[in-house]
Design a protein around this ligand. Structure first.
Ligand code: 173
Length: 320
């Protein structure tokens, strides 16, 4: 046996060389802070993935907004500064405006995988974001308006409300003065009275202690909160087929656990009531109009920014 072959044989016997040659580590960042429920679930997923991915693929969680600011995560993945991001579309409209449309989906992601919506999303994410769309890890969480001043009807004139692009068109249409902040800045804005309220999904306010500074939640909710995993397209294409299959399957497994959010929403509604947060409810006709206006203003905003992709997204995301 030639010396080279012998070394290869010994290396193979030790199990080191071939595996090491195949294994890649990808860097992951989150647009949400580390103590937050979304990120706790991300970290559990990464732990499991790393256990199953030995010799194939490993993920290294870099951190939340302290590592990369909330509104920069999309750009960092687009440019390849990091490999994988967990964020919501509203936080990376600075990469491409269509990202914010995922809030408007009216069917579960399992159905979006069947009706062509996810294939279309992936096409847009490829072309405009330089990203491969891995999967949606938050759904079944409607957005709500939280307030510290009581309102009798959907009229926000004279109120200053904390927003992200998710709520901009809808709250502005109701007359609000809007102010965009990352989640990490909401507590201080409430504490200082800089805002009279904020938009946020049904779940999670306790993780930020916002319940201490929140008097009312307006029902009904509208849209569906979306948080997804996406990977730099070049990085994705550079993986081996085995690594791609493994990562995609792991993302699908994560996505497949989204029923968690249904129970979580119910728990959070109870917890808010127990914390003294009162519910503001409109009459049936007004509530219906409120939700209708949310979708109308939301889609008008998307289509204005993207006449190219907006209409097809609306077709695929809207329940007939
Ligand atoms: O309110 C927000 O910061 C926001 O846009 C959002 C989107 C998805 C999940 C949680 C928050």
């Amino acid at each position: 046996m030639k010396p080279i072959a012998l070394i290869a044989l010994i290396a193979a016997a030790l199990g080191a060389a071939p595996a090491a040659a195949q294994e890649t580590t990808l860097r992951v960042v989150s647009a949400f802070p580390e103590n937050f429920i979304y990120v706790k679930r991300l970290e559990s997923w990464i732990e499991r993935l790393n256990a199953e991915g030995k010799g194939i693929l490993q993920l290294n969680f870099i951190g939340g907004p302290k590592a990369i600011p909330t509104f920069e995560v999309g750009k960092s993945v687009q440019g390849g500064v990091v490999d994988i991001g967990m964020s919501t579309g509203a936080f990376y409209t600075n990469v491409f405006p269509e990202s914010d449309a995922l809030k408007l989906t009216q069917m579960p992601v399992s159905e979006q995988r069947k009706n062509g919506a996810i294939a279309y999303i992936n096409k847009v994410w490829n072309e405009k974001g330089n990203m491969h769309y891995l999967g949606r890890v938050v759904e079944h969480q409607s957005f709500h308006l939280y307030l510290n001043k009581e309102i009798a009807k959907p009229d926000l004139k004279g109120l200053k409300i904390r927003i992200t692009p998710v709520y901009r068109d809808f709250f502005s249409a109701m007359g609000a003065t809007v102010m965009q902040t990352a989640p990490g800045e909401v507590y201080t804005a409430l504490e200082r009275g800089v805002v009279d309220g904020y938009g946020w999904p049904i779940g999670g306010i306790f993780d930020f202690n916002w319940h201490e500074k929140t008097k009312y939640r307006v029902d009904p909710g509208f849209y569906d909160a979306e948080v997804s995993l996406f990977i730099n397209l070049k990085k994705w294409q550079g993986l081996t087929a085995r690594q791609r299959d493994f990562l995609q399957q792991q993302a699908l497994n994560f996505e497949g656990r989204n029923d968690f959010w249904k129970a979580y929403a119910q728990e959070e509604i109870k917890r808010q009531a127990a914390a003294g947060i009162q519910t503001i409810r409109f009459d049936e006709a007004t509530s219906k109009k409120y939700v209708q206006q949310a979708y109308e203003t939301g889609w008008a905003g998307i289509i204005k920014l993207s006449p190219q992709y907006g209409p097809q997204m609306q077709k695929l995301f809207t329940r007939k």
